[in-house]
Design a protein around this ligand. Structure first.
Ligand SMILES: Nc1ncnc2c1ncn2[C@@H]1O[C@H](COP(=O)(O)OP(=O)(O)OP(=O)(O)O)[C@@H](O)[C@H]1O
Ligand SMILES: [Mg+2]
Ligand SMILES: [Zn+2]
Length: 511
């Protein structure tokens, strides 16, 4: 045989697709060409494949070898194709004669024939199942990701030798099963607890509302008041992801290579806290080999921007589209990709450079113009997309030294879960799961107001000079507050609380 075809899998955005790896061995000067839009890592496959073939007791064909990756119109990145390439060469050179039509192979090789883990196994296995394949051979280091997909055999391989023994029937490898992995479903039970936070009743309440409806929130306060501490505890009160959310979020982490070892499916919502030095590509996604950014890694969870004014203007601006559309588009010559990024933005900042503007006892050393410059670093459009603003004042001594423990995360989470359950029921049959994602067209229907609340809303609208966007956001937050109160119709108390969360920006930004 001089020609052989083996199936493999590629990635486009967060979805996998079938790739045919075709090897053609012909007479002529020895050589090795790869065609079909290979990325740099794919072209480097040759050395790894050649060395693996030799080290496993096979013969590397001394002929002209042409490898074609089809379809040719999508760029193939990474070292995923080492393994299928090796199999294709062994078949084309007559050293492996078995039917492999229902199988696909993915994996990077070391020079001595070890099969190394790759990124993106979860979406690849899903794509293989959708294409009707019977089995996928994956690196044993990625077996947990494969094991969460049912309806297809996922065979973990750790070396070429092991794979060949399996294919020839000498020593069969059992398919990966969920039971094989004790940490298959990752939940972050280890997140710190709200019971550690003394006082801060107003901030705690605002965070509860934000968590209940997945609303964006900004905390403003002096150094050491507990902003970072509060933010890091948000994961402990968020509801678990739904099955569909978990699958999508895990796909992104699979592609980015950020799944914890042995993890198959993330259950808890992600919490991402990029440093303020993060690049635009690091935050929103991109790069020469496109990768999901922090915004996408936070999909269905929290993106925490601590010390917000320290982030560059371009970084903040890059979050505009993600915040509005809940996905990012990355344009490339060969194709444009989208990564979902529906996250809850949590931001924290000091009110001024010295940190003490508005502090009850310590004087602020900043001039009004220095303060304005500082605040103006935060782009208006970003500020506009934050639904709740809350002040985090310095903690008082009495509260810090009090022996009465604060409410635990478990208790808060129970209320958040109840409010989220109401939302899931409300949006049944749609792909919306929380109030912050209510589309404009649905707003009227799902946010009925009492008569008094309607009058109040009109007054507020006129008095605060709200934009249409701010109006929509206000209603959504009021909806969540009513849900926490188990009220079907939004009343004045719900609306008044929502309005209060919108008024802080006036104090700081327009004073
Ligand atoms: N409300 C609180 N209850 C208990 N401890 C607190 C509280 N607020 C602050 N602390 C203590 O102070 C430390 C500093 O808090 P934290 O880092 O959250 O402040 P911050 O508001 O983020 O400050 P900065 O503006 O400097 O970033 C915490 O690690 C904690 O030990
Ligand atoms: Mg902090
Ligand atoms: Zn100051």
């Amino acid at each position: 045989m001089v020609f052989a075809k083996v199936k493999s899998l590629g990635l486009l955005g967060i979805d996998g697709f079938i790739i045919d790896v075709e090897a053609d061995i012909s007479q002529g000067l020895p050589g090795f060409d790869v065609v079909g839009l290979p990325g740099a890592a794919v072209r480097e496959s040759r050395d790894r494949v050649r060395s693996s073939i030799k080290n496993c007791g096979f013969t590397y064909p001394v002929s002209r070898i042409t490898v074609n990756l089809a379809p040719a119109d999508v760029r193939k990145e990474g070292s995923v194709y080492d393994l299928p390439l090796l199999i294709a060469l062994l078949r084309a050179s007559g050293q492996l004669n078995i039917d492999l039509s229902g199988s696909a192979f993915v994996g990077e090789l070391s020079l001595d024939g070890e099969v190394r883990p790759i990124h993106g196994v979860l979406p690849m296995v899903i794509a293989a199942r959708e294409a009707g394949l019977k089995q996928v051979f994956v690196p044993s280091g990625n077996a947990a990701e494969g094991a969460v997909v049912d309806g297809i055999g996922v065979i973990p391989v750790s070396s070429v030798q092991e794979l060949i023994s399996h294919l020839t029937g000498e020593k069969v490898i059992p398919p990966a099963k969920p039971e094989d992995f004790p940490n298959l479903f990752v939940s972050n039970v280890s997140a710190p607890d709200f019971s550690d936070v003394c006082g801060q009743a107003a901030a705690r309440r605002a965070i509860e509302v934000a968590a209940a409806g997945a609303h964006n929130i900004l905390m403003i306060g002096p150094p050491g008041s507990g902003k970072s501490m509060l933010a890091r505890r948000i994961p402990s009160i968020l509801p678990d992801m739904t099955q569909a959310e978990a699958l999508e979020t895990t796909k992104i982490h699979s592609i980015a290579g950020t799944l914890p070892g042995g993890a198959g499916l993330l259950k808890s919502r992600p919490f991402r806290s990029p440093h303020h030095g993060v690049s635009v590509a690091g935050l929103a996604g991109g790069g020469s080999i496109p990768k999901p950014g922090e915004a996408s890694l936070a999909h269905n969870g929290v993106l925490f921007l601590d010390e917000l004014p320290e982030f560059t203007r371009v970084a903040m601006e890059s979050l505009r589209q993600p915040l509005e559309d809940n996905f990012v588009t990355i344009s490339r010559a060969s194709a444009s990709l989208t990564y979902p990024c529906s996250f809850m933005l949590v931001a924290a900042m000091n009110p001024c450079p010295c940190g003490y503007f508005g502090h009850p006892t310590r004087p602020c050393k900043c001039s009004p113009s220095v303060r304005q410059t500082y605040l103006s670093r935060i782009s208006g459009p970003l500020l506009d997309r934050i639904d709740l603003h809350v002040e985090v004042p310095p903690v008082e001594y009495d509260q810090l030294s009090s022996n009465i423990p604060s409410e635990s995360s478990a208790a808060i989470r129970e209320r958040v879960n109840a409010a989220r359950a109401i939302q899931l029921e409300r949006f049944k049959g749609t792909n919306i799961t929380c109030n912050s994602r209510i589309p404009a067209g649905m707003l009227k229907k799902v946010c009925p107001l009492t008569e008094e609340a309607s009058i109040m809303l009109k007054n507020v609208f006129d008095r605060l000079g709200l934009s249409a966007r701010a109006y929509d956001r206000l209603l959504k937050v009021a909806r969540t507050i009513a849900d926490l109160d188990k009220a079907e119709v939004i009343g004045t108390s719900h609306l008044a609380e929502a309005v209060q969360y919108r008024s802080l920006d006036r104090k700081y930004w327009r004073s």
